[in-house]
Design a protein around this ligand. Structure first.
Ligand code: TGC
Ligand code: FAD
Length: 402
């Protein structure tokens, strides 16, 4: 690939300063503000100058993993004794917001590692598993992935076919997972599979185990700077000590998804803020009919509606974060926020793209990249419609999935 240098003038300047129309910073404490600033600085230095080229070239920069580790982006909500940050859920949300302001694919890497790999090991793992894996995952020495989705079971993971047999001194794992973020580069995979009684369990599958492969998924138009692939298990011998002993059943992976979906609700605001900020600047600079396009009412309408929706979304996640800190946030509340905020961000990306006219389709601006990324974000971790049905079930008491 071509050389990537921040000194190359084609590499994007990043003048972003935040969006806070309702003085919501007053709801954050000193530590939250410091964490947000340090991640914002990190994104400006380590992601913004390069992201366009990574995305254009479908390149996942493997060295970013240790850099994320060094800035405390992995497992901020995991206790410090295991290498995590020991921080609250507002801090976790702010980290996701700032990283997704840089790129949704970068945020994917971080939310998978923190919420879908470290969290299940922390919540359902043995003490030995926690000691062995969590500090290395926190530092970025190890990269993990989470295998729930299968080729024939996406929205309905309970129908999964991946299974394992008890062979006495080990388990024998067979099956395949699809659409797995980080998989081609991951050192370990948290794999959800059925035992001989059709009960779902989590297994830690390690790179190098015979019969385990991770083919990469090519030709994506979305999350191009994130590495996506399959997990294939062909008679993989998994040591019994690699089974997560603390919880079984579909509720175990769904509990991990609660944490990751919560992070996405914050992250989507980051992508929306970046699009809004770029559109606001562009509207003031771009002259048509001898005036800045910002002087036209239709452009002002777009900007005013963007700011309104971002502000509503910010209030939503702040309250959700407080509930999460108190252990009270429900799955349906998280669904509402993930669904609303991702759709909001996608709509803002589309409107921002229009404000940029033809320039909006180029890599000179972050808009089209965010827009294409958000097409994955609105699908993974439960599609837009699945979250609507989770809410429908909460409201009516009637499940409409099946
Ligand atoms: P259902 O019968 O509703 O529930 C099965 C069992 O699970 C329990 N449960 C939960 N437990 C803990 N936390 C939750 N959030 C839970 N939700 C449900 C439930 O009580 C029940 O327990 P039990 O003891 O009675 O058995 O399950 P269902 O089969 O009807 O499916 C429900 C549905 C459709 C909502 C669910 O399967 C779902 O959410 N589908 C969407 C699938 C999804 O989100 N996949 C995400 C894959 S990972 C990913 O996309 C990562 S992208 C990462 C990135 O790059 O950022
Ligand atoms: P389907 O389930 O086939 O859905 C297709 C359409 O049918 C959707 O519109 C859906 O809303 C609709 N639909 C399905 N069921 C119903 C119903 N009952 N009622 C109404 N409408 C319905 N998975 C992982 O396990 N780990 C990962 O790390 C991961 N990373 C991903 C990264 C990317 C880039 C992408 C695109 C996906 C990733 N996924 C991952 C998979 C993701 O979670 C699934 O794509 C998602 O859950 C939807 O499953 P599906 O693609 O099979 O769609």
């Amino acid at each position: 690939m071509s050389s990537i240098s921040p000194n190359n003038p084609s590499h994007r300047q990043d003048p972003f300063e935040g969006v806070d129309f309702y003085a919501l910073d007053e709801l954050l404490d000193e530590e939250h503000l410091l964490i947000r600033q340090s991640i914002r600085d990190f994104v400006k230095k380590e992601i913004s100058p390069y992201i366009e080229e990574w995305a254009q070239n479908c390149h996942f920069p493997e060295d970013i993993v240790k850099k994320f580790g060094s800035v405390g982006a992995f497992g901020s909500q995991i206790p410090e004794q295991y290498g995590g940050g020991g921080l609250d859920y507002i801090a976790y949300g702010l980290i996701m917001q700032e990283i997704e302001r840089g790129d949704s694919g970068m945020r994917s890497t971080v939310s998978v590692q923190g919420s879908l790999v470290m969290y299940p090991i922390f919540a359902f793992g043995s003490e030995e598993q926690k000691q062995k894996f969590l500090p290395k995952l926190a530092s970025g020495e190890l990269l993990g992935c989470f295998g729930l989705t299968e080729p024939d079971h996406g929205s309905n993971p309970g129908g999964m076919k991946t299974h394992f047999k008890d062979m006495g001194d080990h388990f024998l794992l067979n099956g395949a997972k699809m659409w797995i973020s980080n998989s081609p580069k991951a050192d370990i995979a948290i794999v959800w599979a059925k035992d001989e009684s059709d009960r779902i369990h989590g297994l830690i599958v390690e790179r190098g185990m015979e019969g385990f492969s991770t083919p990469e998924t090519h030709n994506k138009w979305s999350l191009r700077a994130s590495s996506t692939g399959e997990l294939v298990f062909d008679n993989v011998k998994v040591p019994k000590s690699n089974l997560l002993p603390g919880k079984s059943g579909l509720g175990a992976p769904l509990k991990c998804l609660d944490s990751a979906r919560y992070g996405i609700a914050w992250g989507a605001i980051g992508a929306a803020m970046d699009c809004y900020d770029a559109a606001r600047r562009y509207a003031n600079e771009r002259i048509q009919f001898d005036k800045p396009i910002a002087s036209f009412q239709l452009v002002q309408k777009k900007l005013a509606e963007m700011l309104t929706e971002i502000t509503k979304a910010q209030l939503l996640v702040w309250r959700l974060g407080k509930l999460k800190n108190e252990g009270k946030a429900t799955t349906a509340q998280i669904s509402l926020a993930k669904r609303n905020n991702v759709a909001m961000a996608l709509e803002i990306a589309r409107e921002a793209r229009q404000i940029h006219g033809g320039m909006g389709i180029t890599g000179e601006y972050p808009i089209m990249r965010h827009m294409m990324n958000l097409e994955s974000v609105i699908t993974y971790e439960g599609t837009h419609d699945i979250h609507l049905l989770i809410l429908g079930q909460e409201i009516t008491g009637i499940q409409a999935f099946k």
